[in-house]
Each structure stands twice: as C-alpha cells, then as structure tokens.
Design a protein around this ligand. Structure first.
Ligand code: NZQ
Ligand code: ZN
Length: 387
C-alpha cells in the first residue's frame, strides 16, 4: 500500500432543496459575486431566477456563455478581467463541469499578476485564489469535489487538465432535481466520464481490496442508474445516486493508497476534444475499450479478470483470457447500449490528424509513466483502432 497525504476541504450540501442554504453559505465570503454559467440551461430550468432571488442582497456580476470544453480566450480571460475590475469577493459557478472548471481558472487568475496560462500549464503556481461556490447541474466530471480544472486553448490545440489545491470549491450544492433536464446524450456522456474516472483508478499496479470494492460498486451503480435515468429522466433516486457516484469519481478518494495509473484514457481524450471539440465523455467511451484491448497481456490479465467477474458478473469458471476479452466486450456494449457513438468517425474524426495527435499526446501527457506505458506508436494504434 502506498503512502498518501490527502485532503478534500469541500463541503457538500446534497439533496432536494439544498440551495436554501446558499445565502448563509455565501454571506461570510463577501458581497461582490461573479455568477458564472453556460449557454442558458440554467435559465430554462428556473435556477438563474432562483439564485438571483436568494442573493437579493448581494452585488452580482455575470459571466455567461461558457462553452463545453471551456476556452481560455474568451471565457477565462474575460472572467479574470471582471474579477479584477469589479473587485470580486467570491465566484458562484452554476452549471456543469465546464462552468466549474472555467470558474476555477478564473479564481486563480484573479489573484495572479502574470499570464494566467502559466498557472494552467504549471509554469507558475497560484499563491491564492478567490473562493468558489457551485451549484452543479450535470453529473459527470466530479469537478464539484476536486481541485482540478480542464481548459482549452484553441490556437495551440491544447486542452490541459491541472490541479491546484487552492481550487477546491468551498461548498458544492448538489440537488439532483436540477439534473432532470440533462439530455440523453449528456447523461450518457456523464456516465461514461465517471466510469472512466473509476477505471483509471482501478487499473493500477497496486490497489487495496477496499478501493477495488469502492470502484466496482461505483461502476455498477453508474451503469444501473444511468439506464433508469435515460428511461425516466425525472427519477429522483437514479439521478441522485448518479450525482454522488460522479462526485466520488475524480478527487482521489477511490484510490487512496493505490499506485497511480497516469490516467491514460484522459491523456488521449483531451487531445481529441482539443483538436475536434467533441464531448469529453463520448471520447472516453470510444477510447476506453480500445485502450483495454491494447494493454491486455499476461501481466494485466488478473485486473481484467477481477473487473469482468465483479463488475459484469462473468462466469469465473471460464478461461482467464476469455473472461478478460468478454469484460472488454461488455464495456463496449454498455456504452453502445446507452446511445454513445462508438467510433471516432461517428463524432467527426477521421484518420487525417491521428499522427499529429499521437505526437502531441506523447509529448505532453507523460503516458510513458502510465500503468502500462504508452509511447507515440501505442497511442497511434489506439486511436486508429478507435476509428
Ligand atoms: O451551457 P449550458 O446551457 O449550461 O448547457 C450545458 C452544455 O451544453 C448542458 N447542461 C448542463 N446542465 C444542464 C444542461 N442541459 C440541460 N439541463 C441541465 N441541468 O450540458 C452541456 C455540457 O455541459 P458541460 O459542463 O460541458 O459538461 P460536463 O459536466 O460533462 O463537463 C465537461 C468538461 O469537464 C472537463 C471535460 O474535459 C470537459 O471540458 N473535465 C473536468 C474534470 C475535473 N474538473 O475534474 C475532470 C474530467 O475528466 C473532465 O476532463
Ligand atoms: Zn473525465
């Protein structure tokens, strides 16, 4: 078992009506609020009006139109500008992972005098950040419970995931009812994202029985409840469990004491969404089974056997390699069954830039240190198999 030094300081307020505690939570953080949100879904579900009503006594400034795969320019830079000009005290992020991630970059940038990209690209480290409170409206990334953010810079095809301990939200409000309106596409993509977060922590060299159990339960719950939510979008129980599964996905709690994996599927997917602006969870669902096939060998076989038997209930009496291959096939079939397009060509990606992307990933993502090390040729093969 590996040593660790772990802290997640974020307060979670979970359940129907959770945002009734919004005002009392925001009050000690200051009066001048930057309200951040995306393309308008929060207005359609009445959450925007509700927030303004609850924060009647606050001075509210707004940054809207934050796009999926949030952009450094304009969104992050615009947000930093508002924070500095208006002397903002606290950021209230209302939306999905993209809004939260963008808000985190803004929070750090607001307290930094240099080029904000330095903070995202690890050239410099934040010494401080504005406090962030969020109201989550889409179960997927786990950004509500971690200190990471992922920001895209279009002109250089960069999509960088970075962590900074200043960026844990102070408080995340998780009311499953706000996720009832999430489309089938985004519900499925959110499930695939959280499943992959769990898989990235499960396929490691050294893991504990405890973590294996947590991960297996998280995967089973995600699959079970996604099927229900797709059929009945307003099933509170299913949406609630999905929300919590996703929240557990990304802050390391599923792998305390495990060795790391290097998060290879994320390393590969981030390039796909940087180059082609695709939906993150869909890219992961396409890559995951191909990556699994690529890394299946005598050494990794025991992990696949455990995964196949405990997550998919595959008969343990079958031949070892057959269990592993069936486990990979089940992973693929599940994603397909929830409506995810399972080929890169289905999401507008052809072979023309595979070489370029494989090179970019090999240079930038450090996958030579992954659970099974991946070089440029491995990455290129995984991408080609995903076409
Ligand atoms: O922009 P609006 O109008 O709000 O619409 C959004 C957006 O179009 C919509 N949506 C959100 N809540 C809704 C809703 N539609 C109807 N009803 C609601 N209640 O859904 C669309 C997608 O939103 P987005 O925030 O982009 O999705 P998600 O939460 O999946 O976030 C994806 C981003 O997070 C990053 C991804 O790379 C991607 O950029 N990630 C962040 C991580 C982190 N911070 O820890 C980890 C992840 O691995 C991931 O990389
Ligand atoms: Zn992810």
């Amino acid at each position: 078992m590996q040593n660790f030094d772990y802290m997640t300081p974020t307060r979670l307020v979970f359940g129907e009506g959770a945002i009734s505690k919004l005002e009392e939570t925001m009050k000690p953080l200051g009066k001048r609020v930057l309200l951040t949100y995306g393309g308008g879904s929060i207005k359609k579900i009445g959450l925007y009006d509700k927030v303004l009503e609850l924060l009647d006594d606050f001075e509210i400034y707004e940054l809207s139109d934050i796009q999926p795969n949030p952009k450094y320019d304009p969104s992050v830079l615009d947000g930093v500008k508002i924070c500095k000009e208006k002397n903002i005290d606290v950021i209230l992020a209302v939306g999905g992972g993209s809004v939260l991630d963008c808000s985190k970059a803004i929070a750090a940038g607001a307290k930094y005098d240099g080029d904000v990209w330095d903070l995202i690209s690890y050239k410099a480290f934040a010494k401080d950040a504005l406090p962030i409170v969020d109201i989550l409206t889409l179960a997927a990334t786990g950004s509500e419970y971690d200190c990471g953010g992922v920001i895209s810079r279009t002109e250089t095809n960069d999509k960088i995931g970075y962590m900074d301990s200043h960026l844990f939200p102070v408080c995340s409000f998780l009311d499953p009812i706000y996720t009832f309106t999430v489309s089938k596409k985004q519900t499925a993509a959110g499930c695939a994202d959280a499943m992959n977060h769990t898989i990235e922590q499960y396929f490691v060299e050294d893991s504990t029985l405890l973590n294996d159990g947590f991960c297996e339960a998280n995967l089973k719950s995600l699959m079970y409840n996604t099927k229900i939510a797709l059929e009945h979008p307003d099933d509170y129980r299913a949406r609630a469990e999905l929300m919590l599964c996703c929240t557990y996905g990304c802050n390391g709690i599923l792998s305390l004491g495990n060795s790391g994996s290097g998060w290879p599927c994320h390393g590969i997917e981030h390039a796909l969404s940087a180059y082609y602006d695709i939906t993150h969870g869909e890219g992961l669902a396409i890559i995951t089974p191909r990556w699994m096939k690529h890394i299946l060998n005598e050494k990794t076989l025991p992990r696949f056997i455990k995964y196949g038997i405990n997550v998919f209930g595959i008969d343990s009496k079958l031949d070892d390699m057959e269990i592993a291959e069936r486990a990979i096939a089940e992973t693929y079939s599940f994603f397909e069954s929830i409506g995810i397009p399972m080929h890169l060509k289905d999401v507008g990606i052809d072979e023309s830039r595979i070489g370029e992307m494989a090179h970019h990933i090999a240079v930038n993502e450090g996958l030579e240190n992954a659970y099974v090390p991946l070089g440029e040729e491995d990455i290129s093969q995984i991408l080609t198999a995903s076409l």
